[in-house]
Design a binder for this molecule. Structure first.
Ligand SMILES: [Zn+2]
Length: 167
C-alpha cells in the first residue's frame, strides 16, 4: 500500500531537493506530463494530464525514461500488429493477396483480441503503475501518492503548516 502526502495549499508547495525514489540529494528535476487513467462514462472517455516537475537523481531519471520508452515501443508494436491483423482478418482483398483462406481463423481473432486487450491495459493499468509518484491535483490541494520514504519525509518536513489538520 502506497502512502499519500497531501499538501493543502499547492501554491505554497515547497519541493524538497531529494530524489523521489531513493532520497539522494539532487539538484536536477524531471519534467513530464502525467497521464491519468481515463475516466470512462458510457460513451465518453475523459483524459486528464498533469504537467509535473519532480526531483530525480540522474540514475532514477534515466530509469524513468527507459521504462516509458519501452512502454511506447510496446504500444507502437501492438498498435501496428492490431492494424495489420485487423486488415488481414476483415479485408477479403488483403486475404486473397496473402493467399489466406476466405474465413479468418480462430487464432486470428484471438490475436486481435489479445493485442487490443494489451493496448487497453497499457493505458488503464500499466501506464499509471510506471510512475514513481502519482500526483493528484484537486483545486488547490496536491496529493503525492507513493515515492520513497526519504522523499515523503522531506516533503512533509518542507511543508509543515501546509498539511491537513489532524483531528
Ligand atoms: Zn534516485
Amino acid at each position: 500500500m502506497a502512502f499519500t502526502v497531501t499538501i493543502v495549499d499547492g501554491t505554497r508547495l515547497v519541493m524538497p531537493n531529494t530524489c523521489v525514489v531513493c532520497g539522494t540529494p539532487c539538484a536536477g528535476s524531471l519534467s513530464y506530463t502525467q497521464d491519468h487513467p481515463p475516466i470512462t462514462l458510457p460513451g465518453i472517455a475523459f483524459l486528464k494530464h498533469t504537467e509535473l516537475s519532480l526531483p530525480y537523481c540522474a540514475t532514477h531519471g534515466r530509469r524513468f525514461y527507459r521504462r516509458f520508452s519501452r512502454l511506447r515501443i510496446a504500444q507502437t508494436l501492438a498498435y501496428i500488429l492490431a492494424v495489420a491483423v485487423g486488415f488481414t482478418t476483415f479485408f477479403p482483398p488483403v486475404r486473397q493477396a496473402l493467399s489466406l483462406p476466405n474465413d479468418p481463423s480462430t487464432a486470428e481473432y484471438v490475436l486481435l483480441c489479445l493485442t487490443f486487450a494489451f493496448l487497453v491495459l497499457s493505458i488503464f493499468a500499466i501506464k499509471p503503475f510506471l510512475y514513481d509518484v502519482f500526483v493528484n491535483i484537486r483545486g488547490n490541494e496536491i496529493s503525492f501518492l507513493g515515492g520513497g520514504p526519504v522523499f515523503r519525509e522531506s516533503l512533509i518536513a518542507a511543508n509543515l503548516g501546509n498539511l491537513p489538520e489532524v483531528i
